[in-house]
Design a protein around this ligand. Structure first.
Ligand code: LLP
Length: 416
C-alpha cells in the first residue's frame, strides 16, 4: 500500500499517526499488530460518502477484523455489522451493537447458532439453502417467533480474484442458485414462521473489476422482481462486500468511488434499503504487523533470508493466497537488499515475501508488514504453540492495548 498520513516516515523512522513504531515495538514487544484508528474512520466515511445517494446501511463485515475495540469504533460511527457465526454475533452484541443493525450470514449455521440469532431479533438472518430455510422455520416455530429472513442468491458470475475468495458462481458452495429462485420463494410460502424481507449476494473478495459486480447486482434486482411478482415485499437488497484495497504500492485497486459510479444508478430506484458488507475496505490498510528481525542468514548461493519473529501464525495471506504485502524497514537506511522474508514456524510455506527488495536491516531491527488489518489477526493460530500476538490501537499520539498477547498458561487452560 502507498504510505499515507496514517503510516509515514518521519526522519527516516516509520510512524503510525503520531507514534514511532520502534517505540511501540519496544514498549509492547513483537509480533504486534498496530492499527491506526484514523485510518479506519477515514475508510468508513469514504465508503459512506461514495454511496450517500442511496438509502443504505453499511454493515461492517466483522470477519475481517473482529477485535472488540474495532467493532466499538465503527459502532460509534453508526455502522451495522455482518456476522458469520455465533462467535461473531456474540462479539457484536457484547460491544453493544444494536440487533436491528446486525445481519447474519453463513453457509453452515448450526441449530444452536440459528436459535441464538432468532432470540437476538436481528435485522435479518440469511439462508443459503432450502434445508436451512426449513431448519430456521422449525426453530422459529418452536420458539413461537416469526423470523426476518434474507435469501442469499448465487448469481453465477465470475469475479476475477484469487480462486479461494470467489464466491458468486455455481461451482461454489455459497447461496441458492439464481435460477432456483421461484422454487425457493414457493417453498418460503409454505414456511409460516419465516418472513422474507431481503435478498443477498456476495460474489467474492478483493474484486478489481466493477463489471461482474454490476452484472450480479442486475441479476439480484431481477430476482427481486420475481419475489415481488410472487407477493413478497423485499425491504433490503444486500449486495455484499468485496471492495478492494491496494496491497502493492503502484498497483492501485479500483476505487470505491468507481464502484459507486457503476452501481448507484441501478440501485437508486430499487425501492429497498441497500445493504453493504465491506470488511477489507474498512480495515485492510489500517494495520501493520510489526516484527523483529531475529536472524540474517546467507546460504552458500548468497541467498539472503531475514528470519522474523512473526510467522504464518500471524499473517497467513502470503502463504495461502500468494498475496503480496508491502514490507518496510521501520528505520530507513537508504541501502537496498534483496531477501526472502520468513518466519520461525517449521513450514516451508512460512514466508511473507520471496526475493523482496527492501531497506537493509540488521538483526534486532524491526520490519512492518503492511495491509495486515483484514484477515490477519482473525486468521491467526497457535500452531507450534505460539502465542497469538498483541494488538494496539493508535489515536494520534495515544495508544491503547486492545488485545493482550497470549500467555503459555492461558493457552493450556482449556485442556484436560
Ligand atoms: N460478506 C460475506 C458474506 C463474506 O463472505 C465476506 C468475506 C464479506 C462480506 C467481506 O468481504 P470483504 O469486503 O472483506 O472482501 N481471507 C480472505 C478473504 C475471505 C473473505 C471471506 N468473506 C483474504 O484474506 O483475502
Amino acid at each position: 500500500m502507498p504510505l499515507d498520513s496514517f503510516f509515514h516516515y518521519h526522519s527516516n523512522e516509520l510512524f503510525c499517526e503520531g507514534l514511532s513504531l520502534s517505540e511501540l515495538a519496544q514498549e509492547y514487544g513483537t509480533p504486534l499488530f498496530v492499527t491506526s484508528r484514523s485510518s479506519i474512520l477515514h475508510q468508513y466515511h469514504r465508503f459512506e460518502n461514495a454511496f450517500k445517494a442511496l438509502n443504505h446501511l453499511t454493515c461492517y463485515s466483522v470477519k475481517a477484523n473482529f477485535n472488540l475495540s474495532i467493532i466499538k469504533t465503527l459502532m460509534a460511527e453508526g455502522s451495522g455489522f455482518d456476522v458469520n457465526s455465533g462467535g461473531e454475533l456474540y462479539r457484536a452484541l457484547t460491544t453493544g451493537a444494536s440487533p436491528e443493525k446486525i445481519i447474519m450470514a453463513g453457509v453452515g449455521k448450526t441449530a444452536e447458532e440459528i436459535e441464538y440469532a432468532i432470540n437476538s431479533s436481528l435485522l435479518m438472518i440469511k439462508a443459503e439453502s432450502h434445508s436451512e430455510l426449513k431448519v430456521i422455520n422449525d426453530i422459529a416455530g418452536r420458539l413461537n417467533k416469526t423470523v426476518r429472513v434474507g435469501v442469499r442468491i448465487n448469481p453465477n458470475v465470475m469475479a476475477e480474484t484469487h480462486p479461494y475468495i470467489t464466491t458468486g458462481n455455481s461451482e461454489e458452495k455459497f447461496g441458492i442458485d439464481e435460477v432456483l429462485s421461484e422454487e425457493t420463494f414457493s417453498l418460503i410460502k409454505t414456511l409460516k414462521n419465516i418472513r422474507l424481507v431481503g435478498l443477498d449476494m456476495h460474489i467474492g473478495s478483493q474484486i478489481f473489476d466493477t463489471v461482474p459486480y454490476y452484472e450480479a447486482t442486475l441479476k439480484l434486482l431481477g430476482v427481486k422482481n420475481i419475489a415481488e411478482g410472487m407477493g413478497f415485499k423485499i425491504e433490503h437488497i444486500d449486495i455484499g462486500g468485496g471492495f478492494p484495497i491496494t496491497y502493492h504500492d503502484g498497483k492501485e485497486a479500483t476505487s470505491v468511488e468507481d464502484f459507486a459510479k457503476k452501481l448507484v444508478p441501478i440501485l437508486k430506484n430499487a425501492n429497498a434499503q441497500i445493504i453493504f458488507e465491506p470488511g477489507r475496505f474498512i480495515v485492510g490498510n489500517s494495520t501493520v504487523l510489526l516484527s523483529k528481525v531475529l536472524y540474517r542468514k546467507e546460504n552458500y548461493k548468497h541467498k539472503l533470508f531475514l528470519i522474523l519473529d512473526s510467522a504464518i501464525t500471524e499473517l497467513i495471506r502470503p502463504s495461502l493466497y500468494q498475496a503480496h504485502h508491502d514490507i518496510y524497514a521501520v528505520k530507513k537506511t537508504g541501502q537496498q537488499i534483496v531477501a526472502d522474508i520468513v518466519g520461525p514456524v517449521c513450514e516451508t510455506g512460512d514466508f511473507f515475501a520471496r526475493k523482496r527488495e527492501l531497506d537493509n536491516c540488521q538483526e534486532g531491527d524491526y520490519l512492518a508488514v503492511l495491509s495486515s488489518g483484514a484477515y490477519g489477526a482473525v486468521m491467526s493460530s497457535n500452531y507450534n504453540a505460539r502465542r497469538r500476538a498483541a494488538e494496539v490501537l493508535v489515536n494520534d499520539t495515544e495508544v491503547q492495548l486492545i488485545r493482550r498477547r497470549d500467555t503459555y498458561e492461558q493457552m493450556v487452560q482449556n485442556e484436560i
